[in-house]
Design a protein around this ligand. Structure first.
Ligand code: PHE
Length: 338
């Protein structure tokens, strides 16, 4: 074995002397220094040696490895310094093109939405993805038998506490803000939400929302509408049309949904807007007095509005992508267009 190591040492020394290009140096590394290389192969063989021989051979091998590695390192340094003079590369070969990384379209839209709200005076907050039943439902005035709590919509988490779930919307962050801050409050809360839904061109089980909350004295529905329209015009341009439809959420009263004219058919009616010409982009309303009370805010003194936009929906409108699943297939041909 000792002889074999000596032979290998000889071989390594001779080949080091003959290395005169970066290419040969790399060949040397691949032959001797990698995990499947000659030195490691000899280390593997140590197992078969007797107790007396093993430490002697081991020492020799360690020295050899150190020697080879040092020689490699200094040659590598030499070649990288000399790169411009040692022309063993063909500069006329076509180069390899590389991609420049960029933000995912959903992230880009999210950042843009956040910027617009910041310019309108909102601050930004975040809450946990794993929520408890109280913040996701009870504090938001969901009655105990409300269908949204149903297994079909909510991913419940098996835990000792028994009340944990993946948040189904960003509205629980409203509660966390009101519990911890004094009015007036003007905050947006972007984040990921989860619903146990069938995956289709229009919906995913995991998507993003941006929640808004404004609490002050005498806040009116007109202010809510004004804020949402200014936001939507900045986001979609001044020629887009919007409409508010009455709706219901347990945590707002009155409640509404905001629609925008469909980006694909411009309002004529198509597959994406289910032939209505309109796309729903947000839920909103005045904060329900019970919600204020649950957070220790006196509804006699304060009122407020809240809204929640689906971010993927907004991203679809802006990018023209008509199948929500395309955002998360990670197909570079799709993503590099934005
Ligand atoms: N949380 C609601 C949803 O997920 C949206 C919403 C937010 C509605 C705030 C009203 C006020 O559908």
């Amino acid at each position: 074995m000792i002889d074999k190591i000596k032979d290998l040492a000889e071989e390594i020394k001779t080949s080091i002397n003959s290395i005169d290009t970066a290419g040969k140096l790399e060949e040397f590394r691949l032959k001797h220094l990698v995990k499947k290389g000659t030195i490691q192969a000899h280390f593997d063989e140590l197992k078969t040696l007797s107790k007396e021989l093993k430490p002697i051979a081991g020492k020799e091998l360690n020295q050899l490895r150190e020697f080879a590695q040092n020689a490699y390192n200094s040659l590598l340094e030499k070649f990288s310094q000399n790169q411009s003079t040692e022309l063993d590369i063909d500069l006329t070969l076509p180069g390899k093109s590389s991609f420049i990384g960029r933000f995912h379209p959903v992230r880009q839209i999210l950042d843009e939405m956040v910027e617009i709200f910041i310019s309108m005076g909102f601050s930004v907050a975040e809450g946990p993805d794993i929520e408890d039943m109280y913040h996701n439902f009870d504090a938001l005035n969901f009655p105990p038998e409300h269908p949204a709590r149903d297994m079909q919509d909510t991913f419940f988490i098996t835990s000792e506490r028994g009340d944990l779930l993946l948040r189904t919307h960003t509205s629980p962050v409203q509660i966390r803000i009101m519990e911890n801050q004094m009015a007036p409050i003007r905050t947006i809360m972007p984040g990921r939400v989860y619903r146990n839904e069938a995956i289709s061109a229009r919906s995913l089980a995991e998507f993003h929302q941006i929640e808004g909350l404004y609490i002050d004295k005498d806040v009116s529905f007109a202010e809510l509408k004004g804020t949402m329209i200014v936001f939507a015009q900045k986001m979609y341009g001044f020629d887009s049309k919007f409409r508010f439809r009455p709706s219901f959420f347990p945590f707002t009263e009155p409640s509404a949904e905001m629609d925008i004219t469909c980006f694909l058919c411009k309002g004529k009616g198509c597959r994406v807007c289910k032939y209505s010409g309109w796309l729903e982009i947000a839920g909103c309303g005045l904060v329900h007095p019970n919600v204020l009370k649950n957070c220790g805010i006196e509804p006699e003194d304060y009122s407020g509005y809240a809204f929640g936009f689906g971010i993927e929906r907004v991203a679809m409108l802006r990018t023209g992508i008509d199948d929500i699943r395309l955002f998360y297939d990670n197909d570079i041909r799709v993503l590099k267009q934005f």
